[in-house]
Design a protein around this ligand. Structure first.
Ligand code: SAM
Length: 289
């Protein structure tokens, strides 16, 4: 019977053969449960036309299951030792079905990479420390990537799906939800990872939103995000106070902001975590007309 890389035995064998000691600093928690790796790929509904971006490919636990089902995969990995093992394990597919890029995933330009390789989907189990900014970065930069299936620790997922008033509701929630809809696919127990993390993970599906109509009306995503960041500058303080102390071009438009807040039924004491995404969009549009 075929023994998958994501089986505990095969992972252990590979780590020992290549002398790999997993690094906590790089969030190297490998999936060692083939049911989970297969389930991720099945949720992602991949097909023979898909070109996938996999950030943090490690020793290829997900890559191996993906490979026979897709056109190509572009793998990003930072760790030298894992790169060497990966190259050896997948030598037949390298440069053909697999493009391997050794880099820090947060320093790459996804407009260029997605354009060059015609990537249309992300399937990734990224390291904990970069997962949140990475999701936002890919959504901002790679407009042709419409779907992301990301395995993330539960606390990050809670920030993505938090609702107004929730303790996890933040500027991150507003910005990511401006760009995409997020959906919980399923949970993966911490026992399915090596080494075992402190919390369980979930697979989240991000579906890019079509903001074309907004953009045609001179809506600038970067400037909108500055505005949202300004509103959330000091958690649990009044939005207007945060904005006044922010380094944004909106810090001098407080009277107008207060007037616009009243138009959406909010008074000047409202806090940033009390406004919905649609409220931020409406405020921003009116501030810029
Ligand atoms: N895909 C494998 C799996 O599912 O078992 C490994 C996932 S592991 C959670 C995250 C991987 O990301 C590790 O292989 C780690 O070396 C790599 N990594 C960590 N920081 C990175 C960074 N800044 N850029 C690219 N890869 C990174």
């Amino acid at each position: 019977m075929h023994s998958y890389i994501s089986s505990p035995g095969k992972t252990a064998q590979i780590l020992s053969r290549y002398g790999i000691r997993l690094k906590k600093s790089l969030g190297q928690n490998f999936l060692i449960d083939t049911n989970s790796t297969k389930k991720i790929i099945s949720y992602a509904n991949v097909n023979a036309d898909d070109v996938i971006l996999e950030v943090g490919s490690g020793i290829g636990s997900l890559t191996e299951i993906l490979l026979p089902r897709i056109k190509r995969v572009v793998c990003i990995e930072i760790d030298n030792l894992l790169i060497e093992a990966f190259k050896d394990i997948f030598k037949e597919s390298l440069g053909k079905k697999i493009q391997l890029i050794q880099a820090d995933a947060l320093k790459l330009n996804y407009t260029d990479i997605a354009g060059k390789h015609k990537i249309n989907k992300v399937i990734s189990n990224p390291p904990y420390s970069i997962a949140a900014p990475l999701i936002l970065k890919i959504l901002i930069e790679a407009e042709d990537i419409k779907k992301l299936f990301i395995t993330i620790q539960k606390d990050i997922a809670e920030r993505l799906i938090a609702s107004v008033g929730d303790k996890n509701y933040s500027s991150y929630t507003v910005k990511s939800n401006f760009l995409a809809d997020f959906n919980f696919c399923f949970q993966i127990s911490r026992n399915c990872f090596l080494p075992k993390p402190f919390v369980d993970s979930v697979v989240v599906e991000a579906s890019r939103k079509d903001n074309k109509a907004l953009m045609e009306k001179n809506f600038k995503t970067g400037d909108f995000f500055d505005f949202v960041n300004g509103c959330f500058l000091h958690r649990r303080k009044k939005l207007v106070n945060s904005l006044s102390q922010s380094n944004t071009r909106y810090c001098h438009k407080l009277e107008l902001v207060i007037k616009l807040l009243s138009e959406i039924g909010k008074n000047r004491d409202v806090r940033a975590e009390e406004l919905y995404l649609k409220d931020y969009i409406s405020l921003y549009k009116k501030l810029n007309t």
